[in-house]
Ligand binder design. Structure first.
Ligand SMILES: Nc1ncnc2c1ncn2[C@@H]1O[C@H](COP(=O)(O)OP(=O)(O)OP(=O)(O)O)[C@@H](O)[C@H]1O
Length: 340
């Protein structure tokens, strides 16, 4: 049986004035499932994540599509794109929570960490002052803060970067949201701390049965953390599927190039190979495939004349005119011979 769907993103498009940034992005999140949204800087991952909670920067707006938050037995799910600011404020932190790269962006420097978490519990769950304070301490303990009773009374600046991110996670999870959106949650942290924070996210996700959208440019983070993977390029989804399947048998040359470029050697035994060239600027999309100018497999007739559609086949989808042929020829997989 498939787990219940908790979030349905359909045809989401985002623009900064006349400049389109994200085009027609669709994906589903199920309870207990982690979906990674990956791609190089500027591919539109953060804009997509921010749009889900109505947090787009000034001047950037959703131009089409819907983000439906589903609840079992609810015949009319909430569309977060059209929801009013009050509804969004109620949903944020209660049903859908977000963790950003910089924990200080989510923490108020002048209020103790315990009070900030308690405030979320009071606001969203209507808890009294004393029980909320006690629950805040429990939450800090649950995310691995030592001596949580004492640390709850400290201000954020007395916490290390990793501990601050743990506190932000405690705050995000305080109301046991159905969906957690984590945008590069470990990018600003030391490598050893990164692994601990990822472990924490996976453990909490599992314990609470949450759905998680993990935005990352780092494929090393995806393996072992996420079940499914959606790859974005120049504002479009170019491939999606189960992590193991996509890693073993990428269907898009861009995914293949990202795997070959991953320092964590997602393609084992190979030296990371940089992807040459640059992403086309948002306002100047080419007529055909946006990756064509960087793709070793592009053919002018097949790839450069008309937009390439996203084609679904079972749980996989891919936007590449030559995908079937290239997979058949094993052109996109890890080369058999590993270089020492
Ligand atoms: N405030 C803004 N106004 C207009 N355009 C923006 C704004 N912020 C970002 N963009 C543009 O939107 C596009 C998508 O950016 P986005 O931040 O979503 O990419 P990303 O994949 O998350 O990259 P990164 O990992 O660097 O954050 C980029 O072309 C970027 O220049």
């Amino acid at each position: 049986m498939t787990a219940e769907q908790v979030l349905e993103v359909d045809g989401l498009s985002i623009a900064a004035g006349p400049v389109p940034l994200v085009h027609d992005v669709s994906f589903r999140l199920r309870a207990g499932e982690a979906l990674a949204l990956v791609g190089e800087s500027g591919s539109g991952k953060s804009m997509t994540a921010l749009a889900l909670l109505g947090l787009l920067p000034r001047g950037v707006a959703v131009t089409a599509g819907s983000v439906r938050l589903l609840e079992p037995g609810d015949p009319s799910p909430l569309d977060l794109v059209t929801a009013g600011s009050r509804t969004l404020a109620d949903v944020r932190g209660r049903r859908v929570a977000m963790v950003f790269q910089d924990p200080m962006a989510s923490l108020n420097p002048s209020i103790t960490v315990g009070e900030q978490i308690a405030e979320v519990l009071r606001r969203h769950l209507g808890m009294g002052r004393a029980p909320a304070a006690r629950q805040a301490v429990d939450l800090l303990g649950a995310v691995g803060i030592k001596e949580p009773g004492r640390r709850a009374g400290d201000h954020p600046h007395t916490f290390s970067g990793g501990m601050r991110q743990r506190a932000v996670i405690a705050m995000a999870l305080a109301c046991e949201p159905a969906v957690l959106i984590a945008d590069e949650p470990t990018t600003a942290l030391d490598v050893t701390i990164q692994a601990q924070i990822l472990d924490l996210l996976v453990r909490m996700q599992d314990e609470l049965g949450m759905a998680m959208l993990l935005v990352t440019h780092d494929l090393g983070v995806v393996a072992g953390t996420c079940h499914r993977l959606a790859v974005m390029y120049a504002g479009r989804l170019v491939e999606a599927g189960a992590v193991g399947e996509v890693f073993d048998d990428p269907a898009h040359p861009y995914t293949s190039a990202l795997l070959a470029a991953a320092p964590e050697n997602a393609m084992r035994g190979r030296k990371p190979q940089a992807i040459l060239g640059t992403v086309p600027a948002p306002g100047e999309p080419p007529p055909g495939c946006a990756f064509s100018s960087r793709c070793a497999h592009a053919l002018p007739d097949a790839c450069d004349t008309a937009p390439i559609e996203l084609v679904r086949s079972g749980s996989r989808s891919v936007r590449c005119a030559r995908s079937a042929e290239l997979r058949e020829l094993q052109e996109l997989r890890e080369p058999a011979e590993a270089t020492p």
